[in-house]
Write a protein that binds this ligand. Sequence first.
Ligand code: GLN
Length: 231
Amino acid sequence: LCTPAAAKTLTVATDTNFPPFEFKDASGKHTGFDVELWDAIARQLGMDYKLQPMDFNGIIPGLQTGQLDAGIAGMTIKPERAEVIDFSDPYYNAGLLIMVKADNTDVNGIEDLKGKVVSTKLGTTSEDFVKKNANAEEVKLFPNNDAMILELMSGGADAVVFDSPVLANFMRSDAGKGKVKVVGPLYMGQSYGIGFPKGSPLTAKVNEALKKLRESGAYDALYMKWFGTEP
Ligand code: GLN
């Protein structure tokens, strides 16, 4: 039965730009793995929603105050966050990488960031990782991907530290091809989860939908479409 509460349009946050999970296509529409995965979940559950792209560091506070009903933004599941919001089951495994200009020869791993200027995104696992593990001269924090990467390209930073699938995607893009490279191993394994306000009844429903999408092969098809490999 369709009660007014069930018919509510959900407000679902995503990052403004975190390709290939979410980004604006040539027509200005948000698309990507997260965007299409959420759409498949919502259709499975018969829920209406409005997608709200925003700077990543606004998403957790928006979930905490209940202004957002969910957030799908390549968001890493971690204990400190799980104290203030709920997470779905993991839906993607990633890690962190170091990216430098293609002609850089002196940065080959985290230890070489000592005394260097590092660019990354505000409020992310990369901010924590760099502050804890790189003895950097300066850590420049940006609200979005474009500014974070531009800082490296324009010479304002020696390296970017960020999520592996996003840096791999940039390296293959027209803007990055031949101009940048990643160095060192994959750091700090992490799993992405969808975020919800604490105690939200949506969490269990979304986990159920995710499970069905995995069973039906729809999840694998989306993964193949956006990452070009099997999960
Ligand atoms: N996975 C990282 C984090 O959760 C970055 C997410 C993002 O920038 N959208 O902190």
